[in-house]
Write a protein that binds this ligand. Structure first.
Ligand SMILES: Cc1cc2nc3c(=O)[nH]c(=O)nc-3n(C[C@H](O)[C@H](O)[C@H](O)COP(=O)(O)OP(=O)(O)OC[C@H]3O[C@@H](n4cnc5c(N)ncnc54)[C@H](O)[C@@H]3O)c2cc1C
Length: 405
């Protein structure tokens, strides 16, 4: 069976891995000159197996006026015709019941991803800076703590243990917190969560797949549109002609809505931009990954550096004024953790990428309504965490689907 995978981010390349394990011939197409050039390039690196809390929840509604008015530095919004229908769907998810359902659905996939990642790591060992770092999420108010306790109890339904710790207990686990963000009152601790570099993982897996001879990479090639005949996917259109296959999987993340439009599908995947800065770490940098929830930023030690990542801009696919957002990210990080990194370093690298977000935070993994066309997209804030479960599931779904000759 020949399968074309569109998109060579962590989702596309992991999908190719599981398809090749099932005996498929795979062609991965990406418009970039190498793999992991989109959101998978320099994200926060958290394998956030336990912290899958939905963004859409009742308390988020109270933040919206400040976000829309531009007072919340973690968010920027431009009200466009594309954002409005997505936003209305997002608002419909902001109930307690939906938030719980979405948190648990993603948690279920994340826990499977953890096991699959361990298996993959054993089967094809290569270096991608994987570290059992643990994760701390800092909480600042009584309402944060109550919500965290409710979520910890919810996650126990799936056997996932997280602890809500006092400030002092959190500092005992991560002494670097003593010199960070003065105001936190408590923290959620998840020991099983880890940190790794999704770009190194994707690049390493690509090398391994190329060697296997079952996966070909066609890089620097843009898929212009999809073509169907009746209700069956017929081919994909590249600059140099068309390519046909038994099945095609759309794994092009934040751009999947644009591409799927050509066959009349709207996946409701919105590009939410985030940023990162990677700096030389100082001794006071935390070993665990640390999320400062109210500032929408994350600190992760990676490859000996400190990566600071975060923010969520709902402004479509443009890249204007990135430097201003990077400056704000640095200022917020420096306030929160002044001693953690060499903020003046000339070695700093900066980046912006688009999270492919669905309104309910759950990815779209499965067959589309067009025969032969599959989706593995919409992983939002957790694509690195969910890559193995999603790649595994879509590969099995494709191989087990009945085929017309
Ligand atoms: C600031 C930030 C921090 C994050 N932190 C974390 C984290 O700590 N943990 C976590 O789990 N997740 C995190 N994420 C989310 C995670 O990075 C994404 O969910 C994940 O990378 C999505 O992977 P993907 O393969 O779907 O998309 P991408 O990596 O964006 O890949 C899509 C690919 O499709 C290609 N493409 C697009 N259109 C076409 C076309 N028409 N033809 C050919 N190729 C095309 C692009 O070139 C790109 O290579 C973060 C994201 C951001 C922005």
């Amino acid at each position: 069976m020949h399968v074309v995978v569109i998109g060579a981010g962590v989702i596309g390349v992991t999908t190719a891995y599981y398809l090749s394990e099932l005996g498929c011939q795979v062609t991965v197409v990406d418009r970039a000159s190498d793999v992991a050039r989109g959101a998978s390039y320099a994200n926060a690196g958290q394998l956030s197996y336990s912290f899958t809390d939905a963004l859409a929840k009742p308390r988020f509604l109270f933040r919206i006026p400040g976000i829309v008015a531009g007072r919340d530095r973690g968010y920027r919004v431009r009200l466009t015709p594309e954002l409005i229908p997505w936003g209305l769907r997002f608002l419909s998810q902001c109930t307690n019941r939906r938030a719980q359902q979405n948190t648990l659905a993603v948690l279920k996939a994340a826990l499977r991803s953890e096991t699959l990642m361990q298996e993959l790591h054993k089967r094809v060992p290569f270096e991608f800076s994987h570290r059992a770092a643990g994760k701390l999420v800092l909480l600042h108010s009584g309402a944060d703590v109550r919500e965290a306790r409710a979520n910890a109890a919810l996650k126990m339904q799936l056997g996932c243990e997280t602890d809500v710790l006092s400030r002092q207990a959190a500092i005992e686990i991560e002494p670097a917190l003593a010199s960070m963000d003065e105001n936190f009152t408590a923290a959620v601790y998840s020991q099983r969560d880890s940190v790794a570099d999704s770009r190194l993982f994707t690049v390493g897996l690509k090398k391994m797949l190329e060697k296997s001879g079952r996966v070909a990479f066609r890089l620097s090639e843009t898929v212009k549109r999809l073509h169907k005949e009746g209700n069956r996917l017929q081919s994909i259109e590249l600059a140099q002609g068309r390519l046909s296959a038994d099945a095609v999987v759309v794994c092009n993340g934040a751009w999947s809505g644009q591409l799927l439009k050509s066959v009349g599908i709207n996946p409701h995947v919105y590009p939410v931009k985030g940023y990162s800065v990677t700096l030389p770490a100082r001794d006071a940098a935390p070993q665990a990954s640390v999320t400062v929830l109210n500032k929408k930023i994350v600190f992760s030690r990676m490859n000996g550096d400190l990566r600071i990542a975060g923010f969520a801009d709902f402004k479509g696919l443009g890249s204007e004024r990135d430097s201003e957002r990077i400056d704000t990210l640095l200022a917020v990080a420096r306030d929160a953790a002044p001693l953690a990194a060499d903020y003046e370093s000339s070695e700093r690298t900066t980046w912006g990428g688009f999270r492919p977000m669905t309104p309910n935070g759950q990815p779209l993994v499965g067959p589309s309504r067009i025969e032969g066309l599959y989706l593995n997209t919409g992983h939002g804030m957790l694509g690195w965490t969910l890559a193995c479960a999603s790649g595994h599931d879509i590969a099995h779904s494709i191989v087990s689907s009945p085929r017309k000759e």
